[in-house]
Design a protein around this ligand. Structure first.
Ligand SMILES: Cc1cc2nc3c(=O)[nH]c(=O)nc-3n(C[C@H](O)[C@H](O)[C@H](O)COP(=O)(O)OP(=O)(O)OC[C@H]3O[C@@H](n4cnc5c(N)ncnc54)[C@H](O)[C@@H]3O)c2cc1C
Length: 474
């Protein structure tokens, strides 16, 4: 159908239907604004279609198979076979339920949905190119615009995602068969989550990382637990090596790496997953038309109300910078929407939690001990090793710890680092505690259910006060 170049008007135009954009659109509509959301690919964005949700579905299924096959200590003997096509179908069904839910929620809140690629025409007009040959263009005039165009995976020289054996995370998550041998380039959180998961479903995994450690954003003792578990699962780590090229061999490919000293090595594989980071998507927007220039890394600078340098243009989510996380995108989307509605909203990045769904999981929020010291606090630290947790032992998952960091002077909780089963869930309590301005003593005196993993947060708080019962105080 040829749409012709019709022009419509809207109070708020939201570009991008990921967790930044769709949340912004719904919240703006809840404030009785006329809202149009334009998405060029799939509602739910990277998170629902190619990121958080399919990866966690895959991880859960791989964990289930691995746990069932490794439960001899519990008297369970099983040898589960993973049918990747079946797993992929289930994962796709989960994704479909959520993406169609986003579409329904938008419509139910009165958001106008437009499919196509948006670019600025002038300060108050965007042109929407509908997908496909002959599908036409239309213009939307807006009072205010929220840019939520997200990010895409970075390629490295010699490894084009257009080549079939080279995978971006999206391709790895769409796999319908487990590669016998997988090389993963990059030991950041996406590389670590997927290398552990593919190892659990039977791939021989080699991780190549230019730096000398995995998950460099986290403290060494946090990553040590995760790295050593991954190594136990058979993941072979090659630190200090950068992938430089790949070649076809008779029955697969070989990935060539190089060290800083120029030494080379090569690893056989069927596929190579490049997970070296992500870059913001701004190139299709024609930002120069409205006088908006991204910074040297491509991000759009924003203030604490998600406003860019151009008065009525907002930016939220991955396009607005680190941390590139779905819940940060949604939080910014809410603030941008409420600001367009004239509400007194502002961002508070004090307590953005982060989780890595490795084995065991990592959950963090707020400051580490060294960050607290650098910020001028006299930090007090309390820890509880998971081997002292009754619940962790009953789950046969007792590696890791809970660590709380408080201000030695006032007792206020400043941060927490957790390496434990369900750390992604456990961290929420401590995010709330920081938001509410709780002290270490407040956490210690909150009665926690027994036997649960969350008791470890109470015990770690008691440990910080040198009043731990189940562990030795330091
Ligand atoms: C493998 C993987 C696992 C992840 N796991 C987690 C996790 O566990 N937890 C977590 O918090 N985060 C996770 N993330 C990160 C998370 O997906 C992103 O932080 C989040 O999706 C960012 O949301 P966004 O709304 O900014 O952008 P996106 O979700 O990327 O959405 C942007 C949307 O804008 C659309 N778009 C772009 N340009 C245009 C245009 N010109 N016109 C119209 N539409 C346009 C795109 O099609 C896209 O749908 C993961 C990411 C990956 C890749």
């Amino acid at each position: 159908m040829v749409m012709g170049d019709v022009a419509t008007g809207t109070d708020v135009l939201v570009i991008g239907g990921g967790p930044g954009g769709y949340v912004a659109a719904i919240r703006a509509a809840q404030h009785d604004l006329d809202v149009t959301l334009v998405e060029r690919d799939a509602y739910g964005g990277t998170c629902l279609n190619h990121g958080c949700i399919p990866s966690k579905a895959f991880i859960t299924a791989a964990d289930l198979a691995h746990e069932a096959g490794n439960a001899e200590a519990m008297g369970i003997h099983a040898d589960p076979a993973v049918d990747m096509a079946g797993l992929a179908a289930w994962k796709d069904d989960v994704v479909d339920q959520l993406t169609s839910g986003v579409e329904k929620l938008c419509k139910a809140n009165g958001v106008h949905l437009l499919e196509g690629t948006a670019a600025f025409k002038d300060d108050h007009t965007a042109r929407i190119a509908h997908g496909g040959e002959g599908q036409g263009m239309e213009s939307v005039e807006f009072e205010e615009c929220i840019v939520a165009t997200g990010s895409r995976p970075l390629e490295i020289p010699g490894f084009s995602f257009a080549d079939e054996p080279v995978w971006a995370s999206k391709d790895a998550l769409a796999a319908e068969a487990v590669p016998d041998e997988l090389v993963v380039v990059g030991a950041g959180y996406i590389g670590m989550e997927l290398s552990t998961t593919f190892a659990k479903v039977g791939a021989d995994v080699t991780v190549v990382e230019m730096l000398d450690s995995a998950l460099p954003a986290y403290d060494e003792d946090v990553t040590r637990v995760v790295r050593s578990r991954a190594a136990d699962l058979g993941v072979d780590f090659q630190f200090g090596e950068g992938a430089s090229e790949w070649h076809e061999t008779g029955d697969g490919i070989e990935v060539v790496t190089e060290t800083d000293e120029g030494e080379t090595a090569s690893y056989d594989a069927d596929k190579v997953l490049v997970a070296v980071g992500r870059e913001p998507v701004t190139d299709t927007l024609e930002l120069d038309t409205i006088g908006l220039e991204p910074d040297e890394n491509g991000f759009l600078a924003t203030d604490d109300r998600a406003r860019t340098e151009v008065d009525h243009i907002y930016a939220v989510g991955d396009v607005a910078g680190e941390p590139m996380l779905a819940h940060k995108a949604s939080a910014e989307g809410v603030v941008a929407a409420e600001t367009t509605a004239g509400e007194p909203a502002a961002l508070d990045h004090q307590a953005i939690p982060a989780a890595v769904f490795t084995d065991p999981e990592i959950g963090t929020v707020g400051m580490t001990e060294s960050e607290a010291a650098d910020a001028g606090y006299d930090p007090v630290v309390g820890e509880m090793p998971m081997r002292a947790s009754g619940r962790a032992l009953t789950m046969n998952e007792s590696e890791g710890f809970v660590r709380l960091v408080g201000d030695g002077e006032t007792g206020f909780l400043l941060g927490a680092q957790i390496v434990a089963p369900e750390a992604s869930e456990l961290i929420a309590e401590l995010g709330l505690a920081i938001e509410l301005g709780a002290t270490i003593e407040d956490v210690a005196s909150t009665i926690h259910t027994h036997p649960t993993l969350s008791e470890a947060t109470m015990e770690a708080a008691e440990n910080a006060m040198e009043q731990a019962i189940h562990t030795l105080n330091r």
